[in-house]
Design a protein around this ligand. Structure first.
Ligand code: HEC
Length: 308
């Protein structure tokens, strides 16, 4: 009798344990997928199958901007990029020297574009021409060191990251000369249409009407949307199109904005306050809490709406 009861209890325990193990396995499977990974707050492996081509191009653009922030699993290099010592004008060190944009520019023209002078000059060439001529496979090759072994990013980036970058280079690059003149002034662009686009897409909850709700700079030396639009309109256009790494910012590539939309937003954002003095004039229009460091928008990692 005793033996039977013990065996029944034993069977129940075995049953419970195997059920729990099965559930855990199920949870892990689902945890491996993009949407479910949200809940457990562990780093999520990026799976390109969940994304449309435009989303992957936008992600490639964010990787080009700041690959460490766009991913959740990469390791941030602390040394200088192996090619960095080929120049000595640009004095940046560490991870900055690994960002594609630092060597190839926000306008993709490297030494022949906006980085032809100033503290960002490196003398390195652009990627625009090469991306027109080369295939996606060849561009992936260049990122794995096929043209120069010191240009091998596969030590850091996954093959999915490299393939999204190559897709962005092949299909996502624009000739910025069609949008901005050499000084960065938008070529055309309708301020009123730009205001409509800004207020309906960018102002609400995030940048605020005057574009001062998120400060990308320091409290005493702020950088607002208007600051970037005036100081570095190539960067503005890149970020409007690709989105901002590590945030939920929208992407004009994914949202299929037209060339005219990009020009209109570039023209309008130049009218927004660039510094604290100009921002003061807009004070009446600002909600409380504006001008602060908008934590939910910055200092996170990952791509798109799935960002934690
Ligand atoms: C430290 C500076 C530096 C960084 C950072 C850098 N590159 Fe390069 N890149 C170069 C140099 C220099 C070359 C030319 C190398 C060679 O001899 O082929 C090059 C070449 C290329 C080429 C091939 C161009 C051609 O003419 O064949 C592509 C594409 C490219 N880079 C894309 C990228 C992307 C995307 C990133 C970011 C993941 C990146 N690069 C980061 C310096 C850099």
């Amino acid at each position: 009798m005793k033996i039977t009861i013990i065996s029944i209890i034993g069977l129940i325990i075995i049953g419970l344990v195997s059920y729990t193990v099965a559930q855990m396995g199920h949870g892990m499977m689902r945890g491996g997928q993009m949407m479910e990974g949200m809940h457990d707050h562990s780093p999520v492996q990026y799976n390109p199958d969940f994304y449309s081509e435009d989303m992957r191009i936008s992600r490639g653009g964010q990787l080009y901007d700041n690959w460490w922030k766009t991913t959740t699993t990469t390791v941030k290099p602390v040394d200088n990029h192996p090619l960095w010592s080929q120049q000595n004008v640009n004095k940046r060190t560490g991870y900055s020297t690994y960002r594609c944009k630092e060597c190839h520019g926000w306008d993709y023209k490297g030494k022949d574009g906006a980085y032809a002078k100033g503290s960002h000059y490196t003398g390195f060439s652009g990627v625009y021409e090469a991306s027109q001529k080369k295939s996606v496979q060849e561009l992936e090759g260049a990122l794995k060191g096929s043209t120069n072994k010191e240009h091998d990013f596969s030590r850091y980036l996954s093959k999915e990251d490299i393939s999204d970058l190559a897709l962005f280079l092949k299909k996502g690059l624009i000739n910025t000369d069609r949008y901005l003149d050499k000084k960065g002034n938008p070529i055309g662009g309708d301020v009123n249409s730009g205001a409509y686009l800004f207020n309906t897409n960018c102002a609400h909850m995030c940048h605020g009407g005057p574009g001062t709700m998120i400060n990308f700079g320091k409290p005493d030396k702020p950088e607002f949307v208007g600051t970037i639009a005036n100081k570095n309109p190539w960067e503005l256009i890149h970020k409007v199109r690709s989105g901002q790494p590590g945030t939920k910012m929208i992407s004009a590539i994914i949202d299929k904005w037209s060339d005219k939309d990009i020009l209109d937003i570039a023209a309008y954002t130049r009218t927004l306050p660039k510094d604290l003095i100009e921002a003061k004039k807009f004070e009446g229009h600002m909600m409380s809490g504006e001008m602060g460091h908008h934590q939910s928008g910055i200092d996170t990692r990952g791509f798109g709406p799935f960002t934690k």
